[in-house]
Design a binder for this molecule. Structure first.
Ligand SMILES: Nc1ncnc2c1ncn2[C@@H]1O[C@H](COP(=O)(O)OP(=O)(O)O)[C@@H](O)[C@H]1O
Ligand SMILES: [Mg+2]
Length: 269
């Protein structure tokens, strides 16, 4: 069974796409069969791993449309061995609009992911709490919430956690005690001491649910996206590569722990 992770935040520019690509690449380089699902009509993840959204007739737009395709029918390899992609296309915006009038519209993606053969699936969400993001929530086992460190970065976090609770049908206690989500702090700039102190203070109640790994602000991450490569292939010595390597290690430990808990829970007697 794949471990399905939604990477979401209703705000734009918080590092969702950067995290999807570079955590995905980190996992692939660790020998873990990984698929990225690009659920944003802007197709930044698709372009970011060197795939042209116009080069296929079938994409996540067709998965989310009627008559629908399965994700296994649209998945393509990327330049990086072990890293696969279910590409997005701008048509996905239209498909999302039309999905609003469908029955069971929240579970289209969960159904379409059946039968895919990957260990880890990362879903890059659009910057909204619309039907696409809700589909990723319904389909996922775990949630990563990238938050850019800035004065307003935590506005909306309570809303987001509320939505997660409603969709995943979790009581607040289970949401906070269970291993269901992690906040990832991105674009951290040590020079902004006052802002950093303010944000870290605000985040205190969520400390247990925040990755220990901090993603520093690093221009190489920006440039890698333009070069359509993961940071490890663009500048392996950059702080961005080190940070995403550390995140990969932390995430893999979490995944292994959850897998062990699940198999213990399933064991009879
Ligand atoms: N740690 C970082 N340091 C510098 N630039 C970054 C960093 N993370 C992301 N960026 C840049 O910030 C912009 C927004 O990031 P992106 O991952 O596309 O956000 P989102 O998918 O949440 O909208 C992109 O241009 C990206 O290259
Ligand atoms: Mg994005």
């Amino acid at each position: 069974m794949p471990f399905i992770v939604a990477i979401l935040n209703q705000k734009g520019g918080t590092g969702k796409t950067t995290t999807t690509i570079n955590l995905g690449a980190g996992l692939a380089y660790s020998g873990i069969r990984t698929m990225l699902v690009d659920l944003d009509p802007q197709a930044h993840t698709t372009i970011g791993v060197g795939v042209d959204p116009d080069s296929f007739s079938d994409s996540m737009a067709e998965v989310m449309s009627v008559p629908k395709k399965m994700v296994s029918e649209v998945v393509v390899p990327t330049y990086l061995p072990g890293l696969y992609l279910a590409p997005a296309h701008i048509r996905l915006a239209k498909a999302a609009e039309q999905a609003y009038s469908r029955v069971f519209r929240e579970s289209i993606l969960a159904q379409a992911l059946k039968g895919v053969d990957f260990e880890i699936i990362l879903i890059d969400c659009p910057p909204s709490l619309g039907v696409l993001t809700i589909n990723s929530l319904c389909a996922c086992d775990f949630i990563i919430i990238p938050c850019q460190i800035s004065r307003y970065s935590l506005d909306g976090l309570a809303d987001l956690l509320n939505t997660i609770e409603i969709v995943k049908d979790l009581g607040p206690t289970e949401l906070f005690q269970g291993n269901h989500f992690r906040i990832l702090l991105t674009m951290f700039d040590r020079r902004n001491r006052v802002t950093n102190e303010y944000i870290l203070e605000q985040l205190k109640p969520y400390r247990e649910k925040t990755f220990a790994t901090l993603i520093m602000k690093n221009e190489a991450l920006n440039q890698a996206q333009i070069a359509q490569r993961a940071i490890f292939d663009y500048d392996a010595k950059s702080s961005g590569a080190q940070d995403y390597q550390q995140l990969t290690t932390e995430f893999v430990a979490l995944w292994r722990e959850k897998r062990r808990d699940n198999s213990l829970a399933k064991r009879p007697g």
